[in-house]
Each structure stands twice: as C-alpha cells, then as structure tokens.
Design a protein around this ligand. Sequence first.
Ligand SMILES: [Ca+2]
Ligand SMILES: [Ca+2]
Length: 174
Amino acid sequence: MSEQTVVKHKLLRRLGVVLITLIVIALTPRLISAATTYTYNRDWASGWNEGGTPGDWFLTNYGAWVNPYQSTWNRPLGSWDNWGRWWKSIYGTCTIKTYMPSSINTNQATHRARYYVVSGSTWYGPFVIDQAGWPGQWIPIGTFNCSSPSLYLYDDTDDGTSKLVHYDDTRWTY
Ligand SMILES: [Ca+2]
Ligand SMILES: [Ca+2]
C-alpha cells in the first residue's frame, strides 16, 4: 500500500467515527424521550376515584413527609364492595406499576389482590398480585396498548377474609 492509500484509509476511518458519533448524538435525545415516566399520587385530586362503603376506607399517614395510602378489609371472591380506580389519558404502549408502601403489615396484606386494566373498551386481567410480597416496591402490572387506560383494584380477593387490600400510587411509563 502506498503512503497515499494509507493516509486515505486513515481519513476514511476517522470520517466514519465522526459520522457514527454524530448519529449517536442526534439520536440520544430521542432515545431518552422515548419513555416518559409519570407518577400519580393517589392523594391528588385528579386521576383517582374510589367507591363502596365510605366508612370501610382507612388512611395510613405517618406525617406530612410520609406518603399516605388507603386500605380496606377484603371480601370473599365475587362479593366486592370497595374499589379504587387510577387513570390517565395516554395513548400508545404504556407500562403500569403500582406502589406497595414499606409500612404495610405483611402478615395482614392480601396475597391475592386482583387488579384489572381497562383500555378503551377492553378489560385485561385479573392480574393477581401478592401485595404482602412487595413492601416498599413498585409492582409491575404489565405493558398494554393503552387508550385512556384505567387501573382498577377491587376488595374481593381469593384468599378468604381478614386480609387488607392496599391502594397507593401508580406509575405510568409511555
Ligand atoms: Ca400515596
Ligand atoms: Ca367494604
């Protein structure tokens, strides 16, 4: 190889590196913005509502700096009373998670909470979650084709009675 050819090869290689670098720089903001995380706190006025016997809800709140959450005693499967609904007006692929507070009593929390996702007019679920197994963690419910989706949690579980069903924040990534 002549010296000229070697120089040409070096220049081409350098040009290639520069081009790849430019492509990566150009794509990075898109890769980062492809997934946007929104967190809903259930205590906010919007994005949450609840039903059933009002006196059956109880709030756990250890002070202004601690995330409060609600709970209710469970019922046998098929006899639901209290329910909570979180929702968000988003469209496209979305991943839904819900938070289980670290302060739950894992001896009392239900092992068989039944979550449903409604997207458009389609119901998904139940997604049966062992709430007692997730203290202080985000529980993945799943990834869905989302069309203004809602996440529902009812108080009827399939682990009998004398268990608590907990309701806290949800996280929507899309
Ligand atoms: Ca909360
Ligand atoms: Ca009830």
